[in-house]
Design a protein around this ligand. Sequence first.
Ligand code: ZDR
Length: 278
Amino acid sequence: MDFVKMHGLGNDFIVVDLLATGPDRSDGEWAELAVRLCDRHFGVGADGVLLALPSEAADVRMRIFNSDGSEAEMCGNGIRCLARYVRDRGVGGERLRVETLAGLLDLAFAEGGRAVRVDMGAPRLGAREIPVALDAERVVDQPLEVDGYRWRFTAVSMGNPHAVVFLTPEELAALPLPTVGPQVEHHPLFPARTNFHAAAVTSPHSATVRVWERGAGPTLACGTGACAVTVAGVLKGVLESPVDVTLPGGTLRIAWEPDGHVYMTGPAEYVFRGTWLG
Ligand code: ZDR
């Protein structure tokens, strides 16, 4: 099986081109293969596997498997990588429409395809649609107790679930993410588990974020997460759109526009091409 290794701000993916064939394995087989491919010692190594599939509703359909084999609805950094890849294969033009489990998303290219602007759609804020096990129209500043920490969290779905806590820069630097990350991910408040972001506001238009990804652990960046942090910060009144979200792997520009949609701009880079022999 041939593949291409790509990354967006160090959030890295194995892209498998199934445009001509469609999904040639069952979902269970893809889930199991994703675990082996993503293993950084026994496999290729990646945070997730992206499948480029034919679509009847859009130019291309994307599926994303996390490194633990679970399937995610959406992936912000991954969709930019997949878009650049299929564009270079002659699919779409300066714009591209991608079908995901989170709906149809429109993308535009800049810098010859190296930078991609994604219309991520409107955030979903109701507790039930995120999902969060609360009965609330919005989940803003709700209590969360984990490992002795007593936080207030704000939850946002960008197609996939995110929980955000705002900390001081010192608290952010000191946070033991490997300990608290899994506890938030699996907390009973989050029936579909959750991606978890600890953020520090550095100005009305900038924030620094550390990420614990559902199904993948501590990653260098999270595109949907950067959008969720921006939305959470605006809802709380501590951020103003547009926001430069700085993650361990670099910075994404996020805008929550008057049309209600969130727009994410960031890079997509090639690393290498390979053939899986496992
Ligand atoms: C965070 C992510 N890499 C992105 O860039 O948006 C998405 C990966 C999927 C995530 N781990 C999930 O929702 O399970």
